[in-house]
Design a protein. Structure first.
Length: 750
């Protein structure tokens, strides 16, 4: 291969890039290279062929097949392009199914279902000639103020790794390479600001942020990784061989391809200021281990010249080219036949919608309920459905859904898929009810002119359902999403005031929060004491009485609060089914529900001094803890047993008796937690080490068994070495991370 041919394999080209801001800095970094010039020697990637504009998928496939055949025919080596697309909530293309956002995956605690979803997405992509998907996001949530929280799975690395690896398996089972994002540290940015520096210590990175990526590499066999935009302790990840080479390839054995996040190579010059020009940025990135520059040719167009003038070793160029060609060979691209394009495809089939519905239903979290739910549908109830998200399809979907990511720039184009709202779902679910709809207010802004109509409607109803929350978008267009970071965790706009005005009518109120991040909803929730038996070492971790009120003070509260993290195209009917009781809620919080922005960042994985103590007047305790979720029945957990001892590096067994102690069938998420009582470094007061979904009829019981590798209790010691230490480990099972309903202990030896 000539140097130009090698260089061409290491860049993508954004054929359809227009003026729409569908990626960071896209408007400023729009390539000036002509497509014909860029592909004269071949091309590595074609960027978002289907996902940049609302194009007919079959017409686009015919163009793509023709273009791939042209590359085979008219370039000297005849190597087709690798096609990549976004696929975080489904294939980001017009008419394709939109699944719940990843935060909902975490809330489901159901990796098997997420694997099925990944398989369905992969099948659609492969049929359309797409080879690589830019998902999943394995960033562990560290601060809910960060705008990209809805793209993440959870604040717990085991849950993130297990669910994310399941998605990898599903997608790659269909012959589409998954891409882990964003390696590493992106979610730990200062004050939750996008692209902000990261000041995490090596122990936090090793023990919290890296494990999900390691799991997806070692156990999921992922074939592609994407760097994070951030810098860690002053070193941009895009130029850091420690993470991209020593950890990823040397320690974990990753042998796939590393692609740059969009424009990340140029950012070494324009944002991080560690490179004087594009050539130096390219040299830093490729030497560190970034093989492919996306989305279009920019800095990597200097590589051939740098090799010729001796400023870059040819072996570094050849290393990256070898990885890219190996990937194309794995995908069957080097001998692919592009003579017959697909003539038809159903991107939103009944099977897709059934999966989207199941995942949405399983992800809905019931935060409080005084008995108003499930709704009493007898006697033709009068229901007032109020709020800015009640009849909004956009409110059901995350930032990287095609509707919010692309169609927002094309308001004249229909969604291309059915998107029933919560209001639509309720009308279908409760045909005998008299349903009145009043918007009441908007997601953003200070307009309260709709409050009187909302109050009137609620006052005339038997129950009011107020649907509030977010509107996902990018870079200031919306309340959550990429670039939409916040310094407050109150509901946007005047939505809290709307809820309070409706509650004041005395009509029972059900709040439904359709959001992309956890908001401070303690004002809407009854006070909850955390589980007995968990202490923070200095004072209790039990939550205090609400600020500004005595514990005995009666508060005017909503009768029930339901949390749904962007539940996707079937989210409206799913919410309605949970409200009606056709489906019992079984979701659990994958992130702590905060009290305020002022105590962020907060994680349930805190050590003793990270929780409530007697040596600080600030209480960071969440309004609802990680793992919390109610249902329409109750479960008891008893007789937790475990092996008395286990060797360091071995596995131990634990089991617990789970009983449905309520009056109807339901699904429990059985959560096994651990605490290392004495360790060489401060350890979390609670750490998830196992979980299972268990469905039981009323009165039924089941002994649930766990097999736990002691590596889940490994941590980075004082000497910087990650190991499993000997010692006593307390274990418990309960309804959340702070609920020690039944407990035991094991001893790690050796």
């Amino acid at each position: 291969m000539t140097l130009e041919e090698k260089q061409a394999q290491l860049v993508g080209f954004w054929v359809d890039q227009g003026d729409e801001l569908v990626a960071p800095m896209a408007g400023e970094k729009k390539t000036s290279t002509r497509y014909e010039d860029a592909t004269a020697h071949g091309i590595g990637h074609l960027t978002r062929v289907y996902g940049t504009r609302p194009v007919d998928p079959i017409e686009r496939a015919q163009w793509l097949w023709g273009e791939q055949a042209r590359l085979q025919r008219e370039t000297r080596l005849g190597i087709p392009a690798l096609v990549h697309e976004e696929c975080l909530t489904g294939l980001a293309a017009w008419q394709a199914a939109t699944f719940p956002t990843p935060l909902a995956w975490g809330a489901s605690f159901d990796p098997e279902l997420v694997e099925e979803v990944g398989r369905a997405i992969g099948s659609s992509m492969r049929t359309l000639g797409i080879h690589q998907g830019l998902a999943p996001v394995l960033d562990v949530v560290r601060d809910p103020r960060w705008g990209r929280v809805d793209e993440c799975i959870a604040e717990d690395p085991l849950l993130v790794g297990t669910v994310g690896t399941a998605y990898v398996r599903g997608l790659q089972s269909e012959g589409v390479h998954a891409t882990l994002k964003h390696f590493v540290g992106y979610s730990a940015s200062t004050a939750g600001r996008n692209h902000a520096p990261v000041h995490a210590g090596r122990r936090e990175i090793e023990d919290v942020l890296l494990p999900p990526f390691e799991m997806a590499v070692r156990e999921g066999g992922v074939r592609s990784v994407m760097n994070s935009y951030t810098d860690i302790d002053g070193v941009p990840v895009a130029a850091d061989p420690y993470y991209l080479d020593e950890v990823l390839r040397g320690r974990w054995g990753f042998d796939g391809v590393v692609v740059s996040d969009y424009f990340a190579v140029d950012f070494l010059q324009s944002m991080h200021h560690v490179a004087a020009d594009s050539a130096q940025a390219a040299a830093l990135a490729i030497t560190a281990g970034i093989d492919v520059e996306l989305p279009s040719p920019d800095a990597y167009t200097t590589l051939a010249t740098q090799v010729r003038d001796g400023s870059l070793e040819q072996s570094i160029l050849d290393r990256a080219v070898g990885r890219v060609l190996t990937q194309k060979e794995e995908l069957g691209l080097l001998d692919a036949d592009f003579t017959v394009a697909p003539a038809a495809i159903e991107l939103d089939s009944p099977e897709h919608r059934a999966l989207a519905r199941r995942l949405a239903e399983e992800s809905i979290v019931l935060l409080s309920n005084d008995g108003v739910l499930p709704l009493d549908a007898s006697g033709a109830p009068r229901i007032a459905v109020i709020g800015p998200n009640a009849d909004s399809a956009e409110a059901l979907m995350g930032c990287y859904s095609f509707v919010n990511h692309v169609l927002a720039h094309h308001p004249e184009v229909p969604a291309g898929i059915a998107l029933p709202s919560v209001l639509d779902g309720l009308r279908a679910e409760l045909p005998a009810a008299t349903i009145t709809h009043v918007v009441g207010g908007e997601v953003e802004g200070e307009d309260r002119s709709g409050f009187p109509a909302a109050v009137t409607a609620a006052g005339e109803a038997d129950v009011a359902i107020v649907v509030v929350g977010d509107r996902a978008g990018l870079f200031g267009r919306g309340t959550v999403g990429e670039g939409n970071d916040v310094d407050s965790l109150e509901l946007p706009g005047v939505q809290r005031a709307l809820v309070e005005a409706v509650v004041a009518t005395g009509t029972p109120v059900v709040v439904v929060a359709l959001t992309g991040r956890p908001y401070a909803l303690d004002w809407a929730l009854p006070h909850r004491e955390s589980g007995a038996g968990l202490t923070a070492g200095l004072g209790s971790v039990n939550s205090p009485a609400p600020s500004g009120s005595a514990a005995t003070e009666k508060r005017s509260l909503p009768a029930a609060v339901l949390q749904a993290f962007f539940p996707g195209e079937e989210g409206g009917p799913a919410v309605a089914a949970v409200l009606s009781g056709a489906i019992a809620p079984s979701g659990r919080l994958p992130v702590s529900l905060p009290r305020s922005a002022g105590v962020q960042p907060y994680s349930y994985l805190h050590p003793a001094l990270g929780g409530r103590t007697d040596v600080s007047s600030v209480d960071p305790s969440p309004a609802r803890p990680f793992g919390f979720g109610l249902g329409y029945t109750t479960f008891t957990h008893e007789q937790l047993t475990a092996d008395a001892t286990v060797g360091a590096g071995a596995e131990f067994r634990a089991s617990v008796l789970v009983r449905n102690s309520g009056s109807r069938a339901g699904t429990d998420v059985v959560q096994l937690y651990a605490h290392d009582e004495v360790a060489s470094v401060a350890r979390p007061v609670a750490q998830l080490i196992g979980f299972q979904r268990v469905s039981l009829e009323a009165g039924a019981e089941q002994r649930v068994e766990f097999t736990v590798p002691t590596e889940r209790l490994a941590f980075t010691g004082v000497d910087g070495v990650r190991r499993v230490e000997p010692g006593r480990i307390r274990l418990w099972v309960g309804g959340a991370c702070d609920d020690e309903e039944t407990s035991t202990a094991i001893e790690i030896v050796g």
